[in-house]
Design a binder for this molecule. Structure first.
Ligand code: URA
Length: 201
């Protein structure tokens, strides 16, 4: 069985983001997780705390987990890029070369954890894992991949902060994902305990 330490990237300089990071934001969660969630890249709070999805996007991410009957203790969470991309003092999306440089760590997590389903959040995570450029067409569907687990692309939680209409799309996608997890026999909490902020118009 793998130890958490073997999944921790400790001193990476594969791209220039090491120059401005506070720390590498490694994956976190359950080393035996059946479901892996992959986001884009750390922002300010993640860079300071060393854990993915804090702040406002983190609240929406937790709501996604709750809707599915999952928790941060039952899944594995990581990002396509492990160091904060900065433009001046602000966050920016990671560049293609940064995503490419960080991909081996993402693949390493996939191989070591061995999830059965990989939920990618946003276009960048989907493209990094799948090598495809059809996020719009595939969002909310099951996608076979060469990395091992089946993929289920979702919108990125931050995309939902100001776009209320996208929450209904997320509601639909999460219902579909939930059915798929049940079909796969992946354990999740009963419906009564779950939060649901997406399906209310
Ligand atoms: N957005 C991401 O994609 N990942 C994080 O960890 C935080 C915000």
């Amino acid at each position: 069985m793998y130890e958490l330490a073997s999944l921790e990237v400790k001193d990476c300089q594969r791209c220039d983001l090491w120059k401005t990071r506070t720390q590498i934001v490694n994956g976190s969660g359950n080393l035996r997780a059946a479901v892996m969630f992959t986001g884009e890249a750390p922002g300010k709070m993640e860079d300071l705390r060393g854990i993915g999805f804090q702040g406002q996007a983190g609240k929406l991410f937790d709501a996604i987990l709750s809707h599915l009957g999952l928790t941060r203790q039952t899944i594995w969470l990581n990002n396509a890029v492990r160091c904060r991309p900065l433009a001046g003092r602000k966050n920016r999306p990671p560049r293609t070369e940064e995503v490419t440089a960080c991909r081996p760590w993402l693949i390493q997590d996939t191989e070591n954890i061995g999830p059965r389903v990989m939920v990618t959040m946003g276009r960048i995570a989907y493209e990094s894992v799948s090598g495809r450029d059809d996020f719009q067409a595939k969002r909310g569907t099951i996608v076979q991949s060469s990395v091992g687990p089946t993929l289920f692309p979702l919108f990125h939680p931050a995309y939902l902060i100001y776009r209320r209409s996208a929450r209904l799309v997320m509601c639909h996608d999460l219902q579909k994902l939930g059915h798929y997890l049940d079909e796969m026999g992946i354990e999740r909490e009963k419906h009564a305990d779950r939060e649901n902020i997406f399906c209310v118009p």
